[in-house]
Design a protein around this ligand. Structure first.
Ligand SMILES: Cc1cc2nc3c(=O)[nH]c(=O)nc-3n(C[C@H](O)[C@H](O)[C@H](O)COP(=O)(O)OP(=O)(O)OC[C@H]3O[C@@H](n4cnc5c(N)ncnc54)[C@H](O)[C@@H]3O)c2cc1C
Length: 507
């Protein structure tokens, strides 16, 4: 141990190479926070063609209050959630991430639920959640939430619960980190960690080795596999699936607050809420899957049925099923023991796990990132703040949310704002080109940056138009445009060449 400290002290003036593996909300938050230090040379390594396509893409998108994690059982979840909620208030402003803060009601429909709500209130106070209160007055509950079920007998009101667009959050964090010097490596899969005498030296990837002094493992569902590469295999990550329905924008009645049921042992229960894109969302269920099903994001009849039946219990009325746009699911990275695993280890120097980031990982990510700084300091790494670090990032200006006056100005400044590509969400060619300029190379990259493809038609109208723009801007044939990177091309190739080849006429 003494040797380690001496080694670190000897390197006081040097620059450290840091490799963060995984560009989800957690890795991206760490990248942003670490980009404040001038003596860290940071790589953010992601196996997919874009950032935020893992667990961070498909979830309930809530900035939780922090009242339900038991500090005895799950100390890290309890410690980081309420603090993360507080930090997001500042971060969404600095990073221009769509957000809203309407609060939540946790609903009791039977006497025994009230006991649960009192427990949540007590825990919330311990965890430092401000402003919570139990409400028994039906008239007050109906004023707060006109669509609340008639069966409600009490509810816990948590005014600090918020919502955001989680994929936009990851994109914003990475854009900001990159603007502050972080190097992003996409389509780069870590397949090994290089170490000498228990000290990190680099990572092996499908594209070659990357030299690094410090590895931070933020790989979501795969964090157990990366950790095992350095001999830390005392935990497993198993997928816990959650399924959802999302409705068309005109489908109502919507809800003003986020509605939860009184909680069950391993889930917060099916939630009803209106997203920041103004669509009603219901879900998720919680289905534990075997460890080898880390990509099983299909939806199931049973799962969706469970979601529907439970959502019905929270509201007076759900919209008719023909107004559903789509169903989807996400996989929680459920760790052995149930708590986040954020740690450094004695047997491997300069390796930090940020693993098991199940819910409330989206909420906790900013406070977890600051905790990683503390862990680096415990290694004796002297962190020097940059004189010029830019906390601000501006999102793509959306035509859909602009006022009529703003729209006129946008079109005057750039006539491509007058060319609508996505009819459902009024996404213009100007926004798509800007998304490409910022790094989108795929249909999904455009979708998560602009909202095109997410509306009622689910891309039926705009797929070809977007593909044409991508092909033109990236200077590739249209069939080479992909949905999600290599192997998901939208076409098979030049049709004439294809037929000639099939018929044996190709030169
Ligand atoms: C159904 C559901 C509902 C949820 N609801 C909420 C909620 O409302 N509020 C909340 O706070 N939290 C919620 N969560 C939890 C939250 O979504 C997660 O805690 C968070 O997204 C985890 O982020 P991450 O960065 O750890 O993982 P990820 O987003 O999965 O990021 C990990 C990244 O690592 C990459 N990667 C993996 N292996 C490698 C490799 N070998 N080399 C390079 N890259 C690699 C992946 O491609 C991925 O991009 C929910 C989760 C689910 C599934």
């Amino acid at each position: 141990m003494d040797n380690l400290i001496i080694e670190s002290v000897l390197e006081l003036s040097s620059t450290y190479n840091v490799a963060i593996i995984g560009a989800g909300i957690v890795g991206a938050s760490i990248a942003r926070v670490l980009s404040q230090y001038e003596n860290l040379n940071i790589s953010l390594i992601e196996k997919e063609a874009d950032v935020g396509w893992g667990v961070s893409k498909a979830n309930t998108a809530l900035i939780h209050g922090g009242y339900d994690d038991d500090p005895q059982k799950y100390p890290l979840r309890a410690k980081f959630c309420a603090k993360g909620n507080e930090l997001w208030r500042k971060w969404v402003e600095e990073l221009d991430i769509p957000n809203k803060w309407e609060g939540a009601l946790i609903i009791a429909t039977e006497e025994r639920d009230i006991h649960e709500l009192k427990d949540l209130l007590r825990r919330g106070k311990i965890n430092g959640v401000p402003g919570m209160r139990l409400i028994y007055e039906k008239s007050e509950l109906e004023r707060l939430e006109p669509n609340i079920t008639d069966d409600v007998i009490a509810a816990l009101y948590v005014p600090t619960v918020g919502q955001m667009a989680p994929y936009e959050a990851v994109i914003a964090l990475v854009e900001n980190a990159v603007a502050n010097g972080v190097k992003l490596h996409l389509l780069t899969k870590v397949i090994g960690v290089i170490q000498e005498n228990g000290t990190i030296k680099g990572v092996k990837t499908n594209k070659g080795n990357i030299k690094t002094d410090i590895v931070i493992n933020a790989t979501g569902l795969y964090a157990d596999e990366i950790s095992a590469m350095v001999g830390v295999s005392n935990f497993k990550i198993t997928p816990r699936r959650g399924e959802y329905y999302i409705f068309r924008r005109e489908a109502g009645p919507k809800v003003k607050k986020v509605l939860f049921p009184a909680p069950k042992p391993h889930t917060k229960g099916v939630v009803v809420n209106t997203t920041v894109e103004d669509r009603l969302l219901i879900g998720p269920n919680a289905q534990d899957l075997p460890i080898d099903m880390k990509e099983a994001t299909e939806t199931t009849f049973e799962g969706l049925n469970f979601v529907w039946e439970n959502a019905k219990k929270l509201v007076k009325k759900l919209p008719p099923k023909n107004l559903i746009i789509r169903t989807f699911s996400g996989l929680r990275p459920e760790p052995t023991g149930g708590d986040f695993i954020i740690a450094k280890y004695d047997n491997i120097n300069y390796f930090i796990n940020v693993a098991g980031m199940r819910s409330p990982g989206l909420t906790a990510a900013p406070s977890v990132a600051y905790y990683v700084v503390e862990l680096l300091k415990q290694y004796g790494i002297p962190l020097k703040k940059k004189k010029k670090w830019n906390p601000i990032r501006k999102g793509i200006k959306k035509f859909y949310t602009a006022s009529f006056q703003e729209r006129e100005q946008l079109i005057k400044a750039n006539p491509l704002y007058g060319k609508i590509v996505c009819k459902c969400d009024l996404v213009t060619e100007a926004e798509i080109i800007e998304a490409i300029r910022r790094g989108a190379t795929t249909i999904d990259g455009i979708k998560f940056r602009t909202g095109a493809f997410m509306g009622e038609c689910q891309g039926n109208f705009c797929l070809v138009k977007i593909a044409r723009i991508l092909a033109r801007e990236l200077n590739i044939p249209i069939w080479k445009v992909t949905f999600k990177g290599p192997g998901t091309e939208i076409g098979v190739g030049d049709a004439t060449q294809y037929i000639l080849k099939k018929e044996g006429h190709e030169k």
